[in-house]
Design a protein around this ligand. Sequence first.
Ligand code: F6P
Length: 543
Amino acid sequence: MPRLNHLSEWSALAKHRAELGEVHLRDLFAADADRGGRYSLQVGDLYLDYAKHLVTDETLSLLRELAAARGVNELRDAMFRGDKINFTEHRAVLHTALRAPRDAVVEVDGENVVPKVHAVLDRMAAFTDRVRSGEWTGFTGERITTIVNIGIGGSDLGPAMAYEALRAYTDRGLVFHFVSNVDPADLHEALVAADPARTLFIISSKTFTTIETITNATAARKWLVEALGDEAAVAKHFVAVSTNANEVAKFGIDTANMFEFWDWVGGRYSYDSAIGLSLMIALGPAGFRQMLDGFHLMDEHFRTAPPEQNAPLLLGLLGIWYRNFHDAQTHAVLPYSHYMSKFPAYLQQLDMESNGKSVARDGRPVDWDTGPVVWGTPGTNGQHAYYQLLHQGTMLVPADLIGFARPLTELGELAEQHDLLMANLFAQGQALAFGKPAEQVAAEGVAEAEVPHRTFHGNRPSTTILATELNPSVLGQLVALYEHKVFVQGAIWDIDSFDQWGVELGKVLAKRIEPALTEGAELPGLDSSTATLVARYRTKRGR
Ligand code: F6P
């Protein structure tokens, strides 16, 4: 396959970009009264408005031609089929099988994996019912009221994000903590008010060798055994979620209390597997299944919708347009929902660990930019912090504004606070796109010298995603939308979106440095900067 930037479709886009120049959204809207209607899509419960993008019909059709030339659909079909498209790890990429209906058939190495997926879901559901009903008790016979998920990266961010997002649907009698940081403060704060006799730990780790998780799990076990005075208590207070039964057993958790997943599920694509056990306990099995159905709805849309109406394809292509043809280095995700506060951090791992790559499939360095920095916080808070740069800074920051028509709290209904929240979302999209021209500022009587400071150039692109309400199915639809968007971009950039070799070096070096901190071990060949930092740390630590 030719290199991406040697494709005629790539050159056509570069030429088109030059021809478009600085065309303004004000003019694009003026020229087409129905732009808002034409540049929109409805998929499941999500309404996507992409009218406020720096694109024309021609841009979109050139982008779709690029996707076709890159074989995005063929790679998509290969993924759904179970081909080993994670070629650096020789693995299939089948998070879509995690939400496939019971009667679906998805084969890996000739074996249909769907029955295994549902067998684990059923075990999770049975366990969930036992915990929620109080039938599963702790070692001393007390009911479980605190659940602590210990995991990191994909074994933390998904359940932590979704628990927060779906709080309104959770059992409020249960307290949940998500502990990830190897900083002992994280576990300490989770346990400081917890009653050991009523606490259940879910140790979530695909590999079960991740140092942060194993260290926290070991500390938690010590805390529990010391409090309850018996090693046998571990069996009633620790369960594991992993692909690695050997390591789970080595750690001392009975594999009868292990919930399995498989190497064809990437960590950052895993929270709809057993990694979501804590979430299922919070929501109940029915809520979890509604979420899986939402994922599946978007999977089917991505697999079957024509390119003109394919939402993940569209979002992926818009990202390519800004990253590669507008030099946008970051992408903001701005949910107008307090419940969605962890969604940007979740997408950060999904996107940046997937597409933060600089080597193409043929092993040669890419000559084109790949994944952007993905970031964000809930919208209104951001408005009073960093939106200044979004509106008047020198960088182009494409943004996703995400909101929900219905509030989930009584306060939202009674005080019309929700309308105010959503008014802010719509206003920001408008301000970013259309700005406020100098003439308008001057006409308001602003002193001449101040006019440039108060002028908004506008022309800053955003997508608005409006859903009816935040519920388990809608969250599933949203997450799958972004998963497939990331897929589309990786396919176009010709990289492996499913490995993460870039995180390995730091892990290896930390293991090497640790004995120097604890025991003063020699580190031959250490650079002078790190050597000074290590020595200084030891002195200040009193070692
Ligand atoms: O950061 C690297 C990584 O491998 C992530 O991809 C993964 O989600 C995380 O570490 C945790 O890994 P594990 O689930 O094996 O503990």
